[in-house]
Ligand binder design. Structure first.
Ligand SMILES: [Zn+2]
Length: 191
């Protein structure tokens, strides 16, 4: 099986389940991390206009609290990721700003999602060491999106009441507004 085919998309109900804590970092955990990275890169290679910046384990159908984040968002050639196990947002700070977000588990739909501009996060790395992280801007947005995944929350859930915030990616790579009726009918985001 090709790794990108492991990626599950809405309306798969597993995406709305809460993932469980990782105990020992076993070889099985490391294998899941490798699959997450391969799946993200394969997905990216199949999508001409998008970059695979992050993934949560539940997106390849493993309900473990693991997320991976691309180390360099600007350069597609840098294919390295940081791994965060049992991530927890410890503080949300700054302003709330709306900006575009997409998700490997929500095909072709983008949304303008309100997020805090600054966060602090705590996690464990692949070697079992505690990490504390302070982030702002795009990275802060991504961390909130990924930690949502381990809690069974999708970005579309934040804008369910904001039909004007939905966009669709055209085959040419442009984002165009989508009607709320179309979102519901075509993609079954909340079924
Ligand atoms: Zn996502």
């Amino acid at each position: 099986m090709v790794a990108k085919e492991l990626i599950i998309t809405l309306p798969n109900s597993h995406l709305r389940q809460k993932s469980r804590k990782v105990g020992l970092i076993t070889s099985e955990v490391k294998h899941v991390v490798e699959q997450m990275i391969t799946a993200t890169l394969e997905w990216e290679a199949s999508r001409p206009h998008e970059v695979g910046v992050a993934l949560a384990a539940i997106q390849i159908n493993h309900a473990w609290r693991i997320i991976i984040i691309r180390n360099n968002f600007e350069d597609k050639h840098d294919q390295t990721f940081s791994v965060f196990i049992n991530p927890e947002i410890t503080k949300l700070e700054g302003e709330i700003e709306e900006d575009f977000e997409g998700c490997l588990s929500v095909s072709d739909i983008y949304g303008k999602v309100p997020r805090y501009t600054k966060v602090r996060m705590r996690a464990t790395d692949e070697n079992g060491h505690q990490i504390k992280l302070k982030a702002e801007g795009f990275l802060a947005r991504i961390l909130q999106h990924e930690v949502d995944h381990v809690n069974g929350v999708m970005f579309v859930d934040h804008i369910k009441e904001k039909p004007q915030n939905f966009y669709k990616l055209t085959p040419e790579g442009k984002l165009v507004k989508l009607s709320y009726e179309q979102v519901n009918k075509d993609s079954l985001l909340w079924k």
